[in-house]
Design a protein around this ligand. Structure first.
Ligand code: GAL
Length: 665
C-alpha cells in the first residue's frame, strides 16, 4: 500500500465512546495513518444468532476516517462467542488427551467443524458485503495468528473424519497407505480408512509416518479454513488487501503455502518475549532471523501487524524497554524488509488477560514516554519510508527452511537438545555475527541466486531435491550439508540399501558408515590446529576420492576421523558437517566457507551493532542498529550520505542510523 507506513491495533469496544475522538486526535498528532480493529469482537458484531450489529464499528471507522486514519478489518473468528458455544458445544476443540477445552480464552474452536464453518461463512459474508466497498477500509486480516493457541490442535470426531478424507485423497487405497506408513510394525495395518484415528495419546510411542501426515493435515486444515474466508472477502472487497499476522518461526501451519492466499504477509514482533516464564527476552540474532524468515515466506516486503510498544506480559511480565529501544526494534523490522509498522496496542487494556501487555498509552490514557518516543519515530520516519519504497534486502546467502523437516524432528528429535529450528538458528547466528544478510529458502525455491546455500538437517529426502542440490553445486554454487541428511523418504521411512546420505554421497564426497548420538556428552574437534567443542551428534564417515578434510574429531573412539569435509563438484563446492558445531567452531567454519564463496560481509563485526541493507534500483540503504545502551562507533562507508541519525559513525545508545548510496547508472 503506497505511502501507508504506521498504524496501531485499536480496540474501541474496550472504552467508552466519548473517549474515541481523543484517541483519534492523539493518533493523528503522532502521524498514525491506520488502525486494525475487530479481530476479537465477534459478540459485539453478532450479539445473538440472528442479530448483526456493525453500527459501533461503522462509527469508529468513520470517526477515525475524519482524522485521516484508515482501517484494516479483522474477522473475529479467533473468539467464538458464548451463545454459539452453548448452542453447539461440539465446536469446542478436543486435545490429544481427549479432553474438551472450554470456553473462556480464545481459539476455543475446531477448525474442521462444519457447523462452526457455516457460522463463519455467514458472518464473514455479512462483514465483506458491509465493508467491501467502504473507502475507509483498506484491507483485511482473517482470524488472528492462525495456528496459535492450540497445544496439539483438535482431535475431535469431525477432525478424525476430515483426516480420513485427506488420507483417502492422498493414498487412494489402504494398501498404499499401509505401505507408506510401514504399518506392518506392531500390527498397525488398516483394512479401511474409517479405522484410522485422529492421533490421541498412545500407550507407547507413535508411528512416525502417521504423525508426519497428521501434521501435514493440520497445516492443510488451517489453510483451508483461511481460504474459505479469503474467497468470501475477495468476492466483495475487490480493492482491499488481505494479509495475516504470522508468528515468525511458529510451525503449526506451512507459512509458505498460507502466503499464497495473501497479498502480503504480516508478522507480530515482540522482542521483549512472551508471557510464558520459559521464553526469555529474545536475542538480537533471533529477532533478525525472525524478520528474515517472514520476508522469505513470500520473498516480498512485509508488514508488522503487531510491533511491541511497551512491557509485554500476561501473568508474568517482561522488562521495560529502555528509552530508544522500541524505536530501535521498529527500525530493525524496517531494515529487514517491513514496509509498515502497526503497533500493538494503542492503549494498555484495563480488563481481561492482557491487562499487562502494555500499549503506547498507559492505563491512564495520558500520553507519556512511549507515546513521545514513537511519535518522534513515526513523524521522522514517514518520509524516509516513502523513499524506501520498493527496496528489499538482497542477501548472497540462503538457508533452506522447511516445515516438513521441522515436523519430522518434532516427531523424532534424536537427542533431547536437537531442534531443527534451533540448529538453523545456530548457522544463522554465525552469519549474523559477521554482518552477512540471509534469506530463508523453501526446498522448492530458487537456489541459484545465492552464492552460498546452507541446508542443515535435510533429513527427509526425495530424488527431485537430491537432483536440485546436485545441479546447484554443479553450476557453481557452494553448499553446506550436515548430519542427518538423506536419512528418510518423504513418508518418514528410513532409506535402505545404500550408505547415508544416499545419492548425495556423490555430491558430498563422503559416506556415513556409523554415527554417535552424543547423549550427555560433547565431542572435541580439531580445526586448523585448534580444539573446539561440538554437540549432539557425530557422523563417522569414509572419504570418497577428491574429498578434503577440514576438521577431525579429537575425542571419543573416533579421534582423528573426519568431521567436516569439502568436496569439489562440477563448478562448485559441497561441504559436509557431521556434527552440530559449538558457537566458536561454527563461526570459524562459516568465516572460511563464506570467504571461499566470495560472500562479502556488510561490515566487520562490532559487538551489539547490526548492519543490514535494503536496495532498490536507485539506491542502497544501509541500516546500522545499536542494540546496546552504550555509545558505539563504526567507520562510515564511502559514498553514503546520512538519511537518519545525528553524526554518521557515532551511535548513541539504541540509535539507528540509515545511510543511502545512490547506485551508478
Ligand atoms: C499476539 C496476539 C495479540 C495479543 C498479543 C499480546 O500474539 O496476536 O492478539 O494477544 O499477542 O499477547
Amino acid at each position: 500500500m503506497k505511502n501507508l507506513h504506521f498504524g496501531v491495533d485499536y480496540y474501541p469496544e474496550h472504552w467508552e465512546k466519548k473517549r474515541w475522538e481523543t484517541d483519534a486526535k492523539l493518533m493523528q498528532q503522532m502521524g498514525i495513518q491506520m488502525v486494525r480493529m475487530a479481530e476479537f469482537s465477534w459478540h459485539k458484531l453478532q450479539p445473538e444468532e440472528n442479530i448483526y450489529d456493525f453500527e459501533w464499528l461503522d462509527q469508529a471507522i468513520a470517526l477515525l476516517g475524519n482524522y485521516g486514519i484508515r482501517t484494516i478489518v479483522g474477522t473475529p473468528t479467533a473468539a467464538p462467542p458464548a451463545w454459539l458455544i452453548q448452542k453447539h458445544p461440539e465446536i469446542l476443540p478436543v486435545d490429544r488427551d481427549g479432553r474438551v477445552r472450554g470456553f473462556g480464552g480464545r481459539h476455543h474452536d475446531c477448525q474442521s467443524n462444519p457447523i462452526y464453518r457455516e457460522y463463519i461463512r455467514k458472518l464473514v459474508t455479512k462483514m465483506a458485503q458491509h465493508y467491501g466497498e467502504n473507502p475507509l477500509v483498506i484491507g483485511w486480516q482473517p482470524d488472528n495468528e492462525l495456528g496459535n493457541s492450540h497445544q496439539d490442535l483438535c482431535t475431535c470426531e469431525s477432525c478424525r473424519q476430515q483426516f480420513q478424507k485427506w488420507l483417502k485423497k492422498k493414498y487412494q487405497t489402504t494398501d498404499s497407505l499401509n505401505k507408506a506408513w510401514g504399518t506392518a510394525f506392531w500390527s498397525q495395518e488398516y483394512n479401511d480408512f474409517s479405522e484410522i484415528p485422529a492421533p490421541r495419546i498412545t500407550v507407547t510411542g507413535e508411528n512416525p509416518s502417521t504423525m508426519l501426515d497428521w501434521k501435514r493435515f493440520c497445516s492443510d486444515l488451517i489453510i483451508d479454513f483461511t481460504e474459505e474466508q479469503t474467497q468470501i472477502i475477495r468476492k466483495y472487497a475487490k480493492n482491499q488487501f488481505i494479509t495475516h499476522n504470522y508468528m515468525g518461526f511458529a510451525n503449526k501451519v506451512d507459512y509458505y503455502k498460507l502466503g499464497e492466499l495473501l497479498d502480503f504477509v504480516s508478522h507480530d514482533q515482540y522482542p521483549g518475549g512472551f508471557y510464558l516464564p520459559e521464553t526469555p527476552h529474545e536475542k538480537n540474532h533471533v529477532l533478525a532471523a525472525t524478520l528474515d524468515i517472514v520476508r522469505s515466506y513470500k520473498q516480498q516486503p512485509f508488514w508488522i501487524m503487531e510491533q511491541q510498544s511497551g512491557i509485554t506480559g500476561w501473568e508474568i511480565m517482561g522488562r521495560a524497554p529502555a528509552p530508544g529501544q522500541l524505536s530501535a526494534w521498529s527500525l530493525q523490522s524496517i531494515a529487514h524488509g517491513a514496509d509498515a509498522i502497526v503497533f500493538f496496542r494503542w492503549r494498555t487494556c484495563a480488563m481481561g488477560t492482557e491487562q499487562y501487555w502494555h500499549g503506547i498509552l498507559p492505563h491512564s490514557g495520558i500520553p507519556g514516554r512511549r507515546y513521545e518516543e514513537l511519535k518522534e519515530l513515526v513523524l521522522t520516519m514517514s518520509p524516509v519510508m516513502n523513499h524506501l519504497a520498493g527496496s528489499m534486502p538482497k542477501p548472497q546467502v540462503g538457508i533452506v527452511f522447511s516445515f516438513e523437516q521441522e515436523y519430522a524432528f518434532q516427531i523424532q528429535p534424536h537427542h533431547k537438545d536437537l531442534s531443527y529450528t534451533k540448529q538453523i538458528l545456530k548457522y544463522y547466528q554465525a552469519l549474523y555475527q559477521q554482518n552477512i544478510p540471509v534469506d530463508f529458502v523453501p526446498e522448492q525455491g530458487n537456489f541459484d541466486k545465492y552464492k552460498l546455500l546452507v541446508a542443515p538437517l535435510q533429513y527427509l529426502m526425495s530424488p527431485d531435491l537430491e537432483q536440485k542440490y546436485m545441479d546447484y553445486v554443479q553450476n557453481g554454487g557452494h553448499l553446506i550439508l550436515t548430519m542427518r541428511t538423506g536419512v528418510k523418504d518423504r513418508n518418514n521411512l528410513c532409506m535402505t540399501d545404500q550408505e547415508l546420505p544416499g545419492k548425495l554421497r556423490e555430491l558430498a564426497g563422503i559416506e556415513v558408515l556409523d554415527y554417535d548420538c552424543l547423549r550427555d556428552a560433547h565431542v572435541q574437534v580439531l580445526f586448523q590446529g585448534q580444539q573446539f567443542q561440538a554437540d549432539i551428534w557425530s557422523d563417522l564417515m569414509r572419504l570418497l576420492p577428491d574429498t578434503k578434510v577440514l576438521a577431525n574429531y579429537a575425542s571419543e573412539f573416533y579421534t582423528g576421523e573426519p568431521c567436516v569435509t569439502q568436496h569439489p563438484y562440477g563448478q562448485g563446492i559441497c561441504y559436509y558437517i557431521g556434527t552440530q558445531p559449538g558457537e566458536d567452531l561454527m563461526r570459524e567454519l562459516l568465516t572460511i566457507i563464506c570467504q571461499t564463496a566470495e560472500v562479502t560481509p556488510l561490515n566487520p563485526a562490532i559487538e551489539d551493532v547490526e548492519f543490514m541493507v535494503r536496495e532498490n534500483e536507485n539506491s542502497q540503504f544501509l541500516f546500522v542498529i545499536n542494540h546496546s545502551n552504550e555509545t558505539k562507533s563504526y567507520s562510515t562507508p564511502e559514498l553514503y550520505k546520512l538519511l537518519r541519525g545525528v553524526q554518521a559513525g557515532i551511535l548513541a545508545a539504541y540509535e539507528v542510523q540509515i545511510l543511502e548510496r545512490t547506485k551508478n547508472k
